[in-house]
Design a protein around this ligand. Structure first.
Ligand code: SAH
Length: 259
């Protein structure tokens, strides 16, 4: 019995070796799976961002160039900014579709073509100070910032102003200032602006914003209620001219509370 017992007892150095092999095996398996996990994770990550870049490229080609937007600098600006990064996670899959996409709080990021068209109509120069009314996701401001000297953007919903502000900061946009406030009042401290873009629809052209438009400046604004049209307004020696571009459908520009 004793003999048997001694026989089946594994000497201590053997048990260490077995334990080592077991650990090595375990380790090598987990190391292998760890490596393959990391490999596929990185691969899928790069595939994912490549995927988004090609979706962006496809969007520009089929929705924007095909409809006649020709300004190379507008196309380049939109090429350099991935739209899905400005769309909340639950709607991100729709970011490159040919329509406005929800950004929460009952608001939308404009259809890609409309962003391109409005930006082209503004004819932004590197020396321009641009005022945007309706920051929303911050996407239009990001596009403008590639073309302008400085972009001032106003948003009436505090949560949207805050999230656009932090998104733009995280992405390293340095020439954009976001403020939470009522766009009907504009931003008199920073006026005049060479360009003004309104991305919500007021029932009439806001006169305070016309005042804040520089001489020689351009304003692009969707005006109306049920029926809206996109207007390109120009100010020359205090003479205002307006050109109707296309019918559009924007969320209303709401009145802020009076102070
Ligand atoms: N340009 C945005 C989309 C704008 S949607 C983007 O790129 O995502 C229109 C935005 O205008 C909404 O976020 C809405 O809250 C805002 N808005 C409506 N009325 C406003 C007002 N009086 N002043 C400032 N922002 C206003």
């Amino acid at each position: 019995m004793r003999y048997d017992n001694e026989n089946i007892k594994i000497p201590q150095h053997h048990s260490y070796a077995l334990f080592g092999i077991f650990m090595l095996k375990l380790f090598s398996i987990s190391l292998r799976s760890l490596f393959s996990f990391l490999f596929f994770y990185t691969l899928s990550g790069s595939v994912r961002s490549e995927d988004m870049e090609s979706k962006n490229q496809h969007m520009i080609q089929t929705q924007i160039i095909s409809r006649g937007v020709r300004s190379q600098k507008v196309l380049d600006a939109m090429q350099s900014i991935l739209r899905h990064e400005f769309v909340p996670a639950q709607y991100r899959a729709e970011a490159y579709e040919d329509r406005p996409v929800s950004i929460g709080y009952g608001q939308t990021i404009s259809q890609p073509y409309i962003v391109a068209l409005m930006t082209e109509l503004l004819d932004v120069q590197k020396t321009d100070k641009v005022l945007e009314i309706g920051t929303g996701s911050g996407y239009q401001a990001a596009v403008l910032s590639r073309l302008a000297k400085k972009v001032y953007t106003m948003e009436i919903i505090p949560e949207l102003a805050q999230s656009a502000k932090s998104q733009l900061k995280n992405k390293g946009y340095k020439n954009i200032e976001v403020i939470c406030g009522d766009g009907y009042k504009g931003w008199p401290e920073q006026a005049p602006f060479q360009k003004i873009i309104i991305t919500a629809a007021p029932p009439q052209i806001p006169q305070e914003l016309i005042k804040q438009l520089a001489d020689g400046g351009i304003m692009v604004v969707p005006v109306g209620e049920i029926f809206q049209e996109l207007l390109k307004i120009e100010k020359k020696s205090n003479n205002i001219t307006s050109q109707s571009i296309i019918p559009v459908r924007f969320v209303p520009m709401v009145k802020g509370s009076e102070e």
